[in-house]
Design a protein around this ligand. Structure first.
Ligand code: PEP
Ligand code: MG
Length: 616
């Protein structure tokens, strides 16, 4: 078969080849294109997933009984009974076949009906059971949406699997690594999402496409995912050519000297296995939330954390390790904590704001970090999301509590212990001078700082064109932070995604940033980019950019396309659609305006767009 080339939006860089595996139920992705027209398939899909879930739950019942956990076993048994209940099956099938609803929505609706009846019964025990049923509903809808499909099964026996799935999810990225997945092709996800950051950390390339079906003409087709150049090559001779080219180009390049220091950003200590430390100062950011995500419904206890952190310190020896305290909430929700009602999680309970309710989360983590670094290691504790000095004193109070408790126990302490600030809020940037009086070091988390500075969600495709780290206002802010840190004699690094952006690297260097923290797979590329520009040239570039008034003027100096020429977000599946008139991405379930034309449903943001579409 001749090769075919598809364009993809790079979400995480890298180029790999392998075989495409699907991680979603058959037929599911066709839904946006009119799977309502195939209710029999949807009903079959429903029956298959229910039967599988019931089988697994029956296994859990047996296991729980064997462990004498009778109450839990009983709850599970009621779940199995519901899954096998005739009325439940009948009602779901009715919604699919007559109401032409997709299976997950039908299940969602029926379980809502059941739980509403239980809540209305006035019986407290029934109401409790209703809450329990939510969990069952989630498990089932997750499966129907493909999130629950077993990844191990999906990639079994496949050489170099590349996963095709509707959405890039943090849990999927974490699991993918352990089952040998080499990359992802997705239809939803942005480069700044937490899942994308995890993928970048693990060196897993991710490309976003508008529709996956085209790639799946054959079972497990062979593809080259070239997320560096935004291409997916399907079958054909280029696959072989690329292998040969890579083998020929295998000689490692010499490590160039740089006027700045490079650090590694990691999400898991295992990423440091086999790292060549030449020219690397240490770990500039360890995102500890990953451990919290991996623990599922339990928060990791002190012992578990200490064991993981110890692996990190052992891998680093005497090199400093910046361990960021748990930044839970926002784009990093965890199953172990409920964050309460919040309209905007980015402005709600996040990082230290959670510690006000649960100070023990921070004290446990600090104790674990100190225990793990005991001896010759160098611990740098870094606090994200602090707004003002008030919060610095709040976390310091908890750190002292942790330190004192360890001292009382006579526990050994690290050779070196410093504390620093991750500048992520505009108020922390504005009050940076005062922070510098109290911190030992600082870093800029540009992913969040840009978000809060411009009040533009970091992970929202509809406003992605307004999220501009290269805007002269942002550059002036970074330049000021670098200058203040230099005057105070404190280290300042950049650990947001722009640190690894080849277009931004020389500019950051010219703005006075002397420390870059990047994930291991990006190390060589960043090193080469920074080595290709002299400090003098980068300073001149920075001076010119700082004089600009608009982002497009900076982009021109950086050789980047104007913002208006950037790709506008494409059609997104699984509950999202693009208004064909104005181009905004909509949540289909929330859109009041839609139109069925020739079997295809179109969604609109307003009556106005609908009318325009209708009248051509
Ligand atoms: C940042 O915001 O730039 C950062 C380093 O933190 P995260 O991306 O994990 O929120
Ligand atoms: Mg952040």
């Amino acid at each position: 078969m001749p090769e075919r080339i598809y364009l993809c939006q790079p979400i995480a860089p890298g180029r790999i080849e392998g075989r495409l595996c699907e991680l979603y139920p058959q037929g599911r992705l066709a839904r946006e294109e009119g799977a309502f027209a195939r209710p029999e398939e949807e009903a079959r899909h429903f029956r298959r997933e229910v039967a599988q879930l019931a089988r697994e739950l029956r296994g859990s019942v047996q296991q729980l009984e064997a462990e004498a956990m009778w109450a839990e076993a009983n709850i599970m048994r009621t779940h199995v009974a519901l899954l096998e209940d005739n009325h439940f099956h009948h009602r779901v099938r009715e919604l699919i076949e007559i109401g032409r609803q997709p299976a997950d929505e039908a299940v969602e609706q029926v379980l809502q009906e059941v739980t509403a009846a239980m809540n209305d019964s006035g019986d407290a025990r029934m109401a409790e059971r209703a809450a329990d049923l939510r969990d069952l509903a989630e498990q089932l809808t997750d499966r129907l949406l493909g999130h629950g499909v077993d990844m191990v099964e999906a990639v079994a026996g496949v050489e170099s699997p590349i996963l095709a799935m509707p959405e890039l999810l943090p849990s999927a990225v974490l699991k993918a690594r352990s089952v040998g997945v080499r990359g992802f092709v997705v239809m939803r996800g942005t480069t700044l999402s937490h899942a994308a950051i995890l993928a970048k950390s693990f060196g897993l390339p991710v490309g976003r496409v508008t529709a996956l079906e085209e790639l799946e003409a054959a079972r497990h087709p062979r593809i080259v995912l070239d997320a560096d150049n935004g291409r997916i090559i399907l079958e054909g001779p280029e696959v072989e050519r690329s292998t040969a080219a890579r083998a020929a180009a295998g000689k490692p390049a010499a490590v160039p000297e740089l006027p700045v220091k490079l650090w590694l950003s990691v999400v898991d200590p295992d990423q440091l296995q086999g790292v060549d430390w030449t020219g690397v100062a240490g770990v500039g950011l360890y995102r500890t939330e990953t451990l919290f995500i991996q623990q599922g419904r339990d928060l990791p206890d002190e012992q578990t954390q200490a064991a993981v952190y110890r692996r990190l310190f052992e891998a680093c020896g005497r090199r400093p390790v910046v361990l960021r305290t748990a930044d839970l909430g926002g784009d990093k929700p965890v199953a172990s904590v409920s964050f309460g009602p919040q309209e905007n999680p980015y402005l709600g309970v996040r990082a230290h704001r959670l510690f006000r309710f649960h100070p023990e989360i921070l004290t446990t983590q600090v104790r674990a970090a100190l225990l793990a670094a005991a001896g010759e290691h160098r611990l740098r504790l870094m606090f994200p999301m602090l707004e003002t000095l008030d919060q610095w004193y709040f976390v310091q109070h908890l750190v002292r509590r942790a330190v004192n408790s360890l001292r009382e126990e006579g526990a050994p302490m690290p050779g070196d212990f410093e504390q620093g600030l991750l500048v992520e809020t505009p108020s922390a940037a504005w009050g940076f001078r005062e922070f510098l009086d109290v911190v030992d070091f600082a870093a800029v988390g540009t992913n969040d700082l840009v978000q809060y500075f411009f009040a533009v969600e970091r992970d929202n495709a509809n406003v992605a064109q307004l999220y501009r780290p290269e805007h002269p206002l942002m550059l002036r802010l970074l330049s000021r932070l670098a200058r203040l840190a230099r005057w105070a004699g404190k280290e300042l690094s950049v650990c947001g995604e722009i640190a690894a952006d080849p277009a931004m690297g020389p500019l950051l260097m010219g703005l006075g940033i002397e420390h870059f923290s990047i994930s291991p797979p990006q190390l060589d590329r960043v090193r080469q980019t920074l080595a290709s520009t002299s400090l003098q040239d980068s300073r001149q570039l920075a001076r010119r950019c700082l004089k600009c008034r608009t982002a497009d003027q900076v982009r021109e100096l950086l050789g980047l396309p104007a913002i208006g020429d950037l790709e506008t977000p494409a059609v997104l599946p699984a509950g999202q659609a693009v208004d064909p008139v104005c181009g905004i991405i909509l949540q289909t379930a929330e859109s009041d305006f839609n139109l069925l034309v020739d079997g295809r449903r179109y969604y609109f943001c307003s009556r106005r767009c609908l009318r325009r579409f209708h009248h051509g």
